[in-house]
Every structure is written in C-alpha cells, then in structure tokens.
Design a protein around this ligand. Structure first.
Ligand SMILES: *[C@@H]1O[C@H](CO)[C@@H](O)[C@H](O)[C@H]1NC(C)=O
Ligand SMILES: *[C@@H]1O[C@H](CO)[C@@H](O)[C@H](O)[C@H]1NC(C)=O
Length: 180
C-alpha cells in the first residue's frame, strides 16, 4: 500500500524537482560589459584631468626602486563604448588608485563603475583590485553592485589599450563578466 502510494507521487515529485532546477537556473544570469576607461592625468583645453594626485608618497625609500610607493590619485574617469573619448559615454569610474608595492608598479585600484547609458543605466559595480600596470591583463574582482546589478559578483579583465608616456594619459579596455 505504502509503495503504491509513493509510486503515484513520483511523477509529481519529478515535476516539482524540474521546477526548482529551472528556477535556480533562471536566477543566475551572466552579463558581459565591454567599454573603455579614459585616465587623464595631464589635462588639456578639451579634456580636463580626471585622475588627480592627492597624496605624494615618502620618497626616496632605500627599498623602493619605483619611487612611487604611497602615491595616490583620485579618479572620476569617463567610460565610453569605443577607444575614442568622443565615442558614446557609458558611465564613470569613480574611486582611487594608490601605488601599493615597494618592489613593482602595482596599484590598489578601488572604484565604483557607475553606468549612465545602455542596459545598465542607473546601476553600478564596485571593484577592489590589484593593478600591476605593466601586465598585459589585470583581473578586477567585482565585490558588489547596485540597482539592476545589486549583489553582482564576477570579474573584469583590464588591458592597457594605449598610453602616452609624456602625459601619462591612458586608455584602458575593460571587459566585465557579471553574475546577478
Ligand atoms: C539614463 O537614465 C537616466 C535616469 O533615468 C535618464 O535621465 C537618462 O536619459 C538615461 N540615459 C540614457 C543615455 O539612456
Ligand atoms: C603625447 O602627448 C603629447 C602632449 O599632448 C603629444 O604632443 C604627443 O604627440 C603624444 N604622443 C603620442 C604618441 O600620441
């Protein structure tokens, strides 16, 4: 009697299990965002500086060949769709970077990436990362998000698209892979 009862319930159980699995699959979505970041250290008439030094580290240190240890810049960098600063704006990267290694050119980069156009308009993600500036690819841990990206996790890949060694202005290419 008990066995027959269980057998009758089995199809309903499988159906319920399928629903649970479908719901958990739908709850996670991966979003790929690709954009460029304009780090303007030396401003000009048409492009004011957006990366501004606010702390000068104590140099020279005998054990600091970089001579930049402790230097900190606050940034409010434009984000655009393409590498050209005149291409459509998608947001701003607002935060700071600081030279945080005594032995190599490695930054602590902490910023909110605030989106002002496109599918993520009004949302932001928070990044807390180590940026070894001469590495070809740097990984950006995503530690959270707001709006449509609330609770986002995932990572970004940061690449130097171009840099002017005189002005130290750089265009950085960023791909983000977000799970919400
Ligand atoms: C982004 O959202 C704001 C607020 O809703 C709106 O005013 C603005 O026009 C939007 N921008 C774009 C480019 O869609
Ligand atoms: C770097 O910037 C300087 C000053 O704006 C400019 O004269 C020079 O042409 C730039 N170099 C490159 C390679 O774009």
């Amino acid at each position: 009697m008990a066995i027959r009862h269980t057998m009758q319930l089995l199809p309903a159980f499988i159906f319920a299990l399928a629903l649970v699995l479908m719901a958990s699959a739908a709850a996670t979505e991966t979003i790929h965002l690709k954009f460029y970041m304009h780090d303007i250290v030396t401003g000009g008439p048409s492009s004011p500086a957006t990366a501004v030094q606010v702390i000068k580290g104590v140099v020279p240190l005998a054990n600091d060949p970089t001579t930049y240890f402790g230097d900190m810049y606050v940034v409010d960098d434009l984000l655009t769709e393409g590498p050209d600063a005149a291409s459509p704006a998608v947001g701003r990267a607002q935060g700071f970077f600081q030279f945080a290694s005594m032995t190599e050119y490695a930054l602590l980069l902490t910023a909110n990436f605030v989106f002002t156009a496109g599918s993520q308009n009004g949302s932001s993600v928070a990044v807390l990362s180590r940026d070894v500036i001469f590495d070809s690819v740097r990984e950006l841990p995503i530690v959270g998000g707001t709006g449509g990206l609330r609770g986002a996790t995932g990572y970004g890949l940061l690449r130097t698209h171009s840099v002017n060694t005189t002005t130290r202005n750089a265009v950085l290419k960023i791909d983000m892979y977000l799970r919400v």
